[in-house]
Design a protein around this ligand. Structure first.
Ligand code: NAD
Length: 348
């Protein structure tokens, strides 16, 4: 298929690397509002370049648009591409809020095109294996999840787009937090009730949060806890799933997050120390390639990809519930598709 990438930043490069490694599709156009970025990537990949996303989404030769811009433009570009009959892989989060995510999902439905949210963490091998173990019943009935995701920013982090409400839409909950929320929901199912506390402790980012804490409950009483942080200082990812018969623990994501490891423990019938198996996944992060492969398969077979547009919308609803709860002092609130008054809406 012919692919266009809009947004030639760090994630645009990751998407290009995956496309090239798989070698099945043709990168036809890259676009960025900063001409040098678009030009540099075009030169490296032998593709055309543009500074105008509108021209890209109207290009008849393009089948798939990858939208990897700052959060502010995810919605208008995704909607524009869907309207023009393209399939879209939109980076996480699916827009800055529920209003934007809803608009994207509705447009995908009305244009009969596939919309995928870039929840690549579902494709990390430790997470996929843990999910298969949980789904097969190996861990018994699932009870709860405990998770941590964070990094320590970098010099001048507060001046980057992630520290600006208009460009980002939210703070660390909407940034790294959405990956963990997506995983919690993938393992435990829909959450009906949420309590959250968001705080700005360190970075000078106005009313945005640099830390978020959340407790999520399903209607059946399963609970997920998460802490996501821009003051973790040393990058960390930790995701533990507990069932009545055992547990799975994923630590690290490779690279600066440390070796990706999966530990699976089984409770013994006589209790005492469980039997543990530990797997280490060395090498480069394969999740981008796996995600692309699965996305393509979904387009070809007309199936729903892992991390669909609807999944992105469900996560936007959870984030809004967490923010609502935090504004109410951390009290438990129901998860609804309620639109917050004054939310920033997508402009074409
Ligand atoms: N899946 C993941 O793990 C993951 C990780 C990091 C970031 N992301 C997401 O990917 C997106 C990009 O993040 P990043 O870290 O690559 O940011 P980045 O700042 O490195 O790159 C964003 C690029 O988009 C360009 N851009 C902004 N507005 C544009 C527009 N209207 N048209 C064309 N180009 C435009 C910018 O000039 C910049 O080059 C964000 O939505 C972010 O949340 C996903």
């Amino acid at each position: 298929m012919n692919v266009a990438i809009v947004g030639c930043g760090s994630i645009g490069y990751k998407r290009v690397a995956a496309l090239h490694a798989l070698g099945e599709d043709r990168l036809l156009v890259v676009a960025d509002t900063i001409a040098e970025r678009a030009m540099k990537l075009a030169t490296a990949t032998g593709s055309r370049w543009s500074t105008e996303w509108k021209n890209v989404v109207e290009d008849d030769q393009i089948d798939i648009v990858v939208v990897s811009t700052t959060n502010q433009y995810l919605c208008p570009i995704t909607v524009g591409a869907l309207h023009n009959g393209k399939h879209v892989l939109c980076e996480k989060p699916l827009g800055r809020n529920v209003a934007e995510a809803s608009q994207m999902v509705e447009t995908a439905r009305s244009s009969h095109r596939l919309l995928k949210t870039g929840f690549n963490h579902r494709h990390h091998p430790a997470i996929r294996t843990a999910h298969s173990a949980a789904a097969s019943g190996e861990l018994g009935t699932l009870m709860f999840i405990r998770s941590i995701y964070g990094h320590g920013g970098r010099l001048g982090y507060e001046k980057e787009w992630r520290g600006d409400r208009i460009q980002a839409g939210g703070g660390e909950m909407l940034d790294q937090g959405v990956h963990v929320l997506d995983l919690c929901r993938w393992f435990l199912g829909e959450f009906s009730q949420v309590s959250g506390i968001t705080r700005r402790y360190f970075w000078q980012i106005g009313s945005l949060e640099d830390n978020a804490f959340a407790l999520l409950q399903t209607s059946g009483g399963k609970v997920a806890s998460l802490h996501t942080s821009w003051t973790q200082w040393k990058n960390r990812f930790s995701f533990e799933i507990f069932g009545e018969a055992g547990y799975a623990r994923v630590e690290g994501l490779g690279g600066s997050y440390g070796d990706e490891t999966l530990t699976v423990g089984k409770r013994r019938s006589e209790f005492g120390a469980p039997v543990e198996e530990r797997f280490v996944y060395h090498g480069e992060d394969e999740s981008w390639k796996e995600e692309w492969r699965e996305f393509k398969k979904a387009i070809e077979c007309g199936t729903v990809p892992l991390g669909s547009g609807e999944d992105g919308l469900a996560i936007a609803q959870l984030v809004e519930a967490i923010y609502r709860s935090s504004s109410a002092g951390g009290t438990s609130v129901p998860v609804t598709s309620h639109h917050t008054e004054g939310s920033i809406t997508c402009q074409k």
